[in-house]
Write a protein that binds this ligand. Structure first.
Ligand code: B12
Length: 240
């Protein structure tokens, strides 16, 4: 049965929530637009303003900054934007993430495990990887961020050195994605593949591709990365 209702029937409190929600949406849309404009100072001001308005820091990343840079990607593909402009937008996004970073609070104080994470060799894209590293950290993992353009051997050697449980590999280019299975092959060559959970992510990485590469899983965003990392750690602990 369809229940009909009038706007006037809405409780005052609900209406207030709706107004707040609209205001937050407006603030987040504005952040996205300023990222597209590549206005670093503008993004910093808008992010600070959003925080003053009590917008959740992870929402600022996920629903403001990220949609902005996604629009930039689309425009680049359609040749409506060029590399220098894409770079300005990336710098603007990074400045926004840097403001939010110290305010992202951990929901878990348990020690979930140790992860080394980096972007593969030949690939400078580090914005998404940085967000994943930040979120894994506040989700209870000890994170060693190896940076970008990380060689195959460095992934393996740092994992050994830090006694990691997980190796996280990010790639945004179809040309650099191909190094991901090479990290796994190198682990196999050294006879240490089973010591590690290997997680892939970034850009064009799909579940199918990750499985084909021999990885343990892949995540499409920071939240999935953390959920998956926790899940796989749990499976590993119970198997021991
Ligand atoms: C910003 C940007 C740049 C910046 C990078 C700055 C930096 N320090 O990162 C600059 C301007 C330098 C750049 C350069 C280039 N770029 Co660029 N770039 C982008 C852009 C617009 C956004 C990337 C981004 O930061 N996204 C936002 C973050 C939050 O999303 P994300 O990276 O996907 O990360 C999330 C998930 O993927 C996941 N994730 C990420 N990593 C991991 C890891 C694990 C383990 C897990 C589980 C999950 C996970 O979680 C993250 C957070 O939620 C994309 C377009 C796009 N839509 O992605 C193009 C894009 C990736 N670039 C592209 C290209 C072609 C280039 C250049 C080759 C251009 C050129 N002609 O020189 C160069 C390559 C330079 C190099 N050698 O690496 C293409 C790639 C096409 C392809 N499939 O190969 C894209 C898709 C643009 C396009 N539509 O054509 N780029």
């Amino acid at each position: 049965m369809l229940i009909k209702w009038n706007q006037d029937d809405l409780p005052q409190e609900l209406e207030g929530d709706k107004v707040m929600e609209n205001q937050v949406t407006r603030i987040l849309d504005e952040i996205a637009n300023i990222v597209v404009e590549g206005d670093r100072e503008g993004v910093m001001a808008a992010v600070s303003n959003a925080l003053k308005e009590n917008v959740d820091p992870m929402d600022i990343i996920q629903k403001g900054l990220t949609p902005g840079i996604a629009i930039v990607g689309d425009k680049f593909e359609k040749m409506e934007m060029y590399l220098p402009e894409m770079l300005m937008s990336a710098e603007a996004m990074k400045a926004g993430v840097d403001i939010v970073k110290p305010l992202v609070k951990g929901g878990s104080i348990k020690q979930e495990g140790v992860i080394v994470i980096g972007t593969v060799q030949g690939d400078v894209h580090d914005i998404g990887k940085n967000i994943v590293a930040l979120y894994l950290n506040v989700s209870g993992f000890t994170v060693y961020d190896l940076g970008s353009e990380v060689s195959i051997n460095t992934f393996v050697e740092k994992a050994e050195e830090k006694q990691a449980d997980i190796i996280g590999i990010s790639a945004l280019l179809s040309t650099t994605m191909t190094y991901m299975p090479d990290v796994i092959k190198e682990l196999e060559r050294r006879g240490i593949r089973d010591k590690y959970i290997v997680l892939l992510g970034g850009g064009a990485v799909t579940k199918e591709w990750a499985a084909k590469a021999g990885a343990d899983g892949s995540g499409t965003d920071f939240a999935e990365a953390a959920t998956l990392a926790k899940q796989l750690m749990k499976t590993r602990r119970t198997a021991k």
